[in-house]
Design a protein around this ligand. Structure first.
Ligand code: PGA
Length: 263
């Protein structure tokens, strides 16, 4: 039986001070649901403070990204080792915003890939996280154009294949996948629950083929993209959806608590 997982991605919102206040206001509520794993992924600078607050809490700390080298001349980056020092248990990898594939920005196309994320770097990040026992939350998903062209499953299988190349089945117990259709992120345009369930099931079958049945039945597969208190319950009612990666709604303690409550 998989434990449902709800992860909040604060993106580049809130200062460490604001974030501490938000966490304190929902932590008690989240802790009352011992049957749900709750994770908060604040910006890097809030991690030390939240690590202190969550030290004795069942709410886990996550990061939004990681660099794959352990240390060295990599200006502006943060390694898995540095996250580990602050008891970070989860880390988002390959979010469509870091893959540089998020919607149409009102800036030149050439700047879209400025985080420099590629399938190769995503793979290296996952391996670096495994080294420190940190659970990667790998985001996969298609753009609107890819969906309209009927390429959803093909795109996702390609992303999984590249990210998990060389991974040993024994490492898969740490792995979490998040189906995040790019067109649903921050748009209010949530994916139809039945379709989200179908895609999560497709990801699970791919894991069974690539690894084994145990890995597939244990892996948690989240849905992300405009999850709100009013659509969460329906999504969580589907058997292949093991929780959610929540952006905007995770910034409001009452909404995030309501999403946890609807599991
Ligand atoms: P959203 O973001 O909930 O604001 O759509 C989800 C995400 O980016 O993971």
């Amino acid at each position: 039986m998989r434990t449902k997982l709800i992860a909040g991605n604060w993106k580049m919102n809130l200062t460490a001070g604001d974030g501490a206040g938000r966490v304190e206001s929902f932590v008690q509520h989240a802790e009352s649901r011992a049957d749900v794993d709750v994770v908060v992924c604040p910006p890097y600078l809030a991690i030390p403070k939240l690590s202190e607050i969550l030290k004795y809490s069942s709410v886990k700390l996550g990061a939004q990204d990681v660099f794959w080298m352990e240390s060295g001349a990599y200006t502006g980056n943060v390694s898995a080792r540095q996250l580990y020092e602050f008891c970070v248990d989860y880390c988002i990898v390959g979010h469509s915003e870091t893959r540089g594939r998020f919607g149409k920005l009102d800036i030149p196309e050439s700047t879209l890939g400025y985080f420099g994320e590629t399938d190769e770097t995503i793979k290296l990040k996952i391996q670096a996280l495994f080294m420190y026992g940190i659970n990667p939350i790998l985001c996969v998903g298609e753009t609107k154009e890819e969906r309209d062209a009927g390429q959803t499953d093909e795109v996702i299988r390609r992303q999984l294949e590249a990210a998990l190349e060389g991974v040993h089945p024994a490492e898969m117990h740490l792995f979490v996948a998040a189906y995040e259709p790019v067109w649903a992120i921050g748009t209010g345009d949530v994916c139809d629950s039945e379709e989200a369930n179908r895609v999560c099931g497709m990801i699970r079958s791919w894991i069974a083929e690539k690894f084994d049945d145990d890995a597939a039945s244990d892996v948690r597969i989240l849905y992300g993209g405009s999850v709100k208190p009013d659509n969460a319950k329906e999504l969580f009612g589907y058997p292949e959806i093991d929780g959610a990666l929540v952006g905007g709604a995770s910034l409001k303690p009452e909404d995030f608590s309501a999403i946890v409550e609807s599991v």
